[in-house]
Design a protein around this ligand. Structure first.
Ligand code: HEM
Length: 210
């Protein structure tokens, strides 16, 4: 690689990897503050699996509910809300003829709330991930695609799930977050799906379980 290429690669990794994960965690903390029953279940899992110590990658297989919470959060608020492609040749997709040069956009933000694939699509319900609906054939493979798909699928997907699960566990293990009264958590569809006014919360240390 030339120096410029190397710089560009590093910047892509940094930007693609930093903001997306941070946004996923922000929306997840917002959703938890609005859904105390889900928060209670999550905290219960954290108490059982990690207790007071620091969670590590070895805990991941047992942090099932924590992962389900993240997956459901990225369904409702996909950090990457849409992706685009340009057809390099004439082709047919479904029943649509696509000519070379046409731009096509695919929106996680729409498909992942489509009632054909998700019952009660606007509800925050991590339980829908208990049995993986893609693997069990309940929904088509690309009805849920926060990390994209195909040859340009996110190269950081596994790492993102690893760091986001551990970070969520560490934050929620120690702190309870209350949304500031009257704060409007409004999505802003920029390159990523940012909370327009941030997620403003009051942070309280959780009581120790021992
Ligand atoms: C929750 C976190 C993340 C989400 C939601 C996410 C989402 C995505 C999506 C949807 C794409 C495909 C874009 C397209 O098809 O046009 C993508 C690509 C990419 N992501 Fe991620 N990503 C996340 C975390 C990360 C992390 C942690 C890294 C690196 C450490 C990373 C590095 C990349 C790179 C380099 C690409 C471009 C891959 C290519 O074009 O071959 N991402 N990401």
């Amino acid at each position: 690689m030339s120096d410029t290429q190397l710089r560009d690669e590093v910047m892509t990794l940094f930007l693609a990897g930093h903001e997306t994960t941070a946004i996923a965690l922000s929306w997840t903390c917002y959703l938890l503050s609005e859904n105390p029953c889900v928060e209670a279940k999550l905290v219960e899992e954290l108490r059982t699996v990690v207790g007071e110590r620091e969670p590590t990658a070895d805990d991941l297989p047992r942090l099932r509910y924590t992962e389900m919470v993240l997956k459901e959060s990225m369904r409702l608020y996909p950090p990457v809300w849409g992706i685009g492609r340009r057809a390099v040749a004439d082709c047919e997709i479904g029943n649509y003829r696509v000519t070379a040069g046409t731009n096509i956009f695919i929106f996680q933000s729409l498909t992942q709330r489509d009632p054909r694939f998700f019952t009660n699509p606007d509800a925050f319900d991590p339980e829908r991930w208990r049995e993986d609906p893609v693997r069990s054939g309940k929904i088509p493979r690309f009805a849920y695609f926060p990390f994209g798909g195909g040859p340009r699928v996110c190269v950081g997907a596994s790492f993102a799930m690893l760091e986001a699960t551990l970070l969520l566990a560490m934050i929620q293990q120690k702190f309870h977050l209350d949304l500031m009264p009257g704060h409007l958590a409004e999505p802003l569809a920029s390159v990523t799906l940012r909370p327009k006014h941030g997620i403003r919360v009051t942070v309280r240390r959780r009581a120790s379980s021992t």
